[in-house]
Ligand binder design. Structure first.
Ligand code: HEC
Ligand code: HEC
Ligand code: HEC
Length: 317
């Protein structure tokens, strides 16, 4: 009798998974690069507001992701994450996270720091750079070497990455992962800018990592924007009626971004530069954001929304 029940169970199991897409944990690990910022690289997070995914049931994870995508389950942070996942992506991600040890069996990684703290910056000589799409490798960027290589950037971005020209972005304190990605994107043409294309043409991958490491540990100057109550409200709350995800979900409470996930810091950035970037995401001329994360949001912003958001972000210290 026991045997019969057992084989029955096996059959039921086989039927219920027969139609499902087979997940590949190794592929899922690569695709999980951008989930790590909130859920931890192995699915265990010290943040009390983000759920652990490690050791969770495979099919449950797939269903949640599908629900975030369809809107059956609503969450302002997860909606844009799930929006562009295919069934295969979901199956792979679920296979990866479900195969990880539960929190009780592994030590949680330290909380992702939003930006390199100034004290650590003073002593840091190497900055770990994770390629963001997907996290295939971790490179060490050499701060000292980066400083030497940054001489030719200084005329536009300032010697310490604090550009004073409104059209040129500040690079000081920016996520190293993000800066390294931008340099690579300018080089590949994924992000288009005639000036920067010329600057990066001769840079090697190591050069880019060194430069990114150098600028990441510089201290950004305070923003000079005038601030905006309307911008602040939109930044923190988004706009449910218009389907605008709150910027805080990815750019952080203080606008410092999420360095690990290569979500850029926007705090105190030059206003003219910010405005041009949002407009470029909106009209599609900038399209180097993974999964159209920024384009999907920018397309819903009005000119007035952009003006107020820029006033707010450029005022953040
Ligand atoms: C910006 C932070 C953030 C990022 C990045 C993020 N998530 Fe989430 N995730 C959340 C939050 C917050 C919740 C809880 C939502 C809620 O309260 O309903 C959540 C919930 C989930 C759940 C449901 C868990 C459960 O127990 O019900 C799954 C599955 C999930 N995330 C998977 C992912 C995957 C896969 C990625 C990467 C593609 C990802 N998340 C990226 C913040 C994030
Ligand atoms: C002649 C002026 C000039 C020089 C020199 C220059 N840049 Fe730029 N840089 C720009 C401009 C203009 C932009 C904005 C491009 C855009 O609008 O998309 C930019 C953008 C960037 C960005 C993107 C920043 C962000 O927040 O997305 C990075 C990173 C960057 N530059 C790094 C460098 C590095 C490293 C060097 C030296 C190797 C350098 N730049 C030299 C003008 C310059
Ligand atoms: C789901 C995550 C997410 C949300 C929500 C989000 N962003 Fe972004 N944003 C990104 C990512 C990722 C990039 C960088 C893309 C790239 O170049 O790799 C970015 C880039 C930007 C940039 C360009 C920064 C630079 O240095 O060039 C600006 C400005 C920006 N976002 C503003 C906003 C505003 C305003 C909102 C809210 C209305 C918002 N973002 C909401 C993920 C997000």
């Amino acid at each position: 009798m026991k045997k019969i029940i057992f084989s029955l169970l096996l059959t039921v199991g086989a039927i219920s998974t027969a139609n499902a897409v087979q997940g590949d944990a190794a592929a899922g690990k690569e695709k999980a690069a951008m989930c790590g910022a909130c859920h931890g690289a192995t699915g265990v997070t010290p943040n009390p507001l983000y759920p652990d995914l490690a050791g969770q049931k495979d099919q449950y994870l797939v269903k949640q992701l599908a629900d975030f995508k369809s809107g059956a389950r609503t969450d302002m942070m997860m909606a844009p994450m799930a929006a562009n996942l295919s069934e295969q992506d979901m199956a792979d991600l679920a296979a990866y996270f479900s195969s990880q040890k539960r929190a009780s069996e592994q030590v949680a990684a330290p909380a992702e720091s939003a930006a390199t703290p100034a004290t650590a910056a003073a002593v840091a000589s190497k900055v770990e750079i994770v390629t963001s799409t997907p996290a295939k490798a971790i490179y060490a960027g050499d701060v000292k070497a980066g400083q030497e290589k940054s001489v030719m950037c200084a005329s536009c971005h300032g010697t310490d990455g604090n550009s004073v020209v409104p059209m040129y972005p500040k690079l000081a304190g920016q996520s190293a992962n993000y800066t390294a990605k931008q340099l690579a994107d300018f080089k590949s043409g994924e992000r288009k800018d005639p000036v920067m294309a010329g600057m990066v043409a001769a840079l090697s991958e190591q050069d880019m990592n060194d430069l990114a490491a150098y600028f990441a540990v510089q201290t950004p100057t305070a923003g000079t924007g005038e601030g905006s109550a309307i911008g602040e409200k939109l930044y923190f709350g988004g706009d449910v009626a218009k389907g605008i995800t709150a910027c805080v979900a990815c750019h952080g409470v203080k606008g410092k971004g999420m360095s690990q996930a290569a979500f850029p810091a926007v705090a105190g950035q030059n206003a003219d530069y910010l405005k041009k970037q949002i407009a470029s995401f909106r009209n599609g001329s900038r399209g180097n954001d993974n999964n159209s994360m920024m384009r999907n949001i920018a397309i819903k912003l009005s000119d007035n929304d952009i003006d107020e958001l820029v006033k707010y972000m450029s005022s953040l210290k």
